[in-house]
Write a protein that binds this ligand. Sequence first.
Ligand code: RFL
Ligand code: PHB
Length: 394
Amino acid sequence: MRTQIVIIGGGPAGLLLSQTLHRSGIDSVVLERASRAHVLSRIRAGMLEWGSVQMLREAGVGERMDREGEVHDGSAVAWAGRGRFLVDVRKYAGRPMMMYGQTQLTEDLYAARDAMGGIVIDEAERVTPHAIDGQRPWVTYRKHDREHRIDCDFIAGCDGFHGVSRQSIPPAALRVFEKGYPFGWLGIMSRTPPLPQPTYCHHERGFALVSKRKAMLSRHYIQVDLDTDLADWPDERFWDELKLHLPADYAQQLVTGPSIEKSIAPLRSFVVEPMRYGRLFLVGDAAHIVPPTGAKGLNLAISDVHYLSRGLVAFYKKNDSSHLDRYSETALRRVWAASRFSWWLTGLLHRFPGQTAFDLRAQEAELDFIMSSESAMRAMCEQYAGLPFEPGCG
Ligand code: RFL
Ligand code: PHB
C-alpha cells in the first residue's frame, strides 16, 4: 500500500490530522494500536481553547460540539476561607472557552473519518517506522497475524507519550526536558448535576477540581499521593474528601452519586526537542506532556496539528517546504508557553510534601495578588485562554 502520510496513533491528534489533510486533498492512513471501543472509552480532557474550537469547526467536526458543548467565560479558583475568583478569559483575553469532552470529540472525529471514507486501521500491532532519515520512509505493522507495509512521503507520530514514534528516533538526536510531581489526580465521573462553574480549589488538604461534561455528568478530581491504590477509594470516601476541599457553599450544593469511572493520573511535565527527525514529525502527547492543571494537553495536540497540516499543505500544494522546516520551532514556542503555565499553576494550587506553613501562606498571598491585581489577572487569563496560533507559520 502507498499513501502520502502515515499517521501513527488514532487519538485526537492523529484523527484530526487525517481529517484536516483529507479536506486539503492529502491522503493518509491512520494506524491505531487499540480497538476503537478502547480509544472511545478513555476519559480525559474537557476544556477547549477558542483556537481549538475554531480549528475543529474548520475541520468540519464542530457541529455536535457547538450543539452540546458549553461556552464558559472561564474557570473559577477558590481557596480556603477566601471565597473565589473567576479567571474571566472572555473579559481579559477576549475569547471564551468551551467545555466539551475529549471522548465526544474523538467520537466526532471517527464519525467524520468514516463519512469521508478515511482509512483508520485499528488493532494494528507492532507498528514500526522505517528509513525515517531518508526520502522514502515506510511503516510496517501486523494485523490478523499478517505483516503489512505502507510506503509514504512523511510519518506523523501521533501515538501519545508511550508510543513507538519518539522511540524510533536516535536518542542522541533528541533533547529531553522532564519534571515529575510528587502527586497525581484521582478523578471520577458521575451522573450527578455538576456545580455551575469549573473550579480549581486550593486547600491545605491538597488540590481539588470540580468540573463537568454536561447537564447530568460531573467530573471531579482530588490530589492524591503517587502510591495511592484505587481500591482504597470507594465512592463515599472520594465524596467526603472532595467536600473537605471545597468552599462551604459548594460543599453544601454538591450532589453525590455512584461513579461511572474512576482513575488516577500521575502529573508530569515532559518536552522533547526537536519535534522532527528526518521525515518523522512528532505531534501532541508523543512530543510533550503537561500536568492537567492548565487544561492544555489536548489544546497543544490541536495546535501541533494546525502547524503540521499547514506545513504539509504548503509542501504539496505550493512545493514549499519552508513551513515544514519550521514546524518544530513554531510548535515548540506554544508548547513551552503552555508547559510553563501548567507548571506554574500546578505549583500554585497543589500541596507539596514537606511544604511548610510559610510555603502555604506564600501560595495564598499569590492567589490574593492575582485576585486584586488587574495586570496579574490579565496575564493569567491570556495564558489560560491559550496563545493565538502564529499566523502564516507552520
Ligand atoms: P493520545 O490521546 O494519547 O492518543 C495517542 C493514540 O496513539 C495510540 N498508540 C499507538 N498506535 C499505534 N502504535 C503504537 N505503538 C501506539 N502507541 C500508542 C494510542 O492507543 C492512542 O489512541 O494522544 P494525542 O492524540 O496526542 O492527544 C493528547 C490528549 O489525549 C491529552 O493531551 C489530553 O487528554 C490531556 N488532558 C487535557 N488536555 C486539555 O487540553 N484539556 C483538559 O482539560 C485536559 N484534561 C488531560 C486532562 C489528561 C488527563 N489524563 C488522564 C492524563 C485530564 C486528565 C485526567
Ligand atoms: C476536566 O474537566 O476534565 C478538566 C478541566 C480542567 C482541567 C483539567 C481537566 O484543567
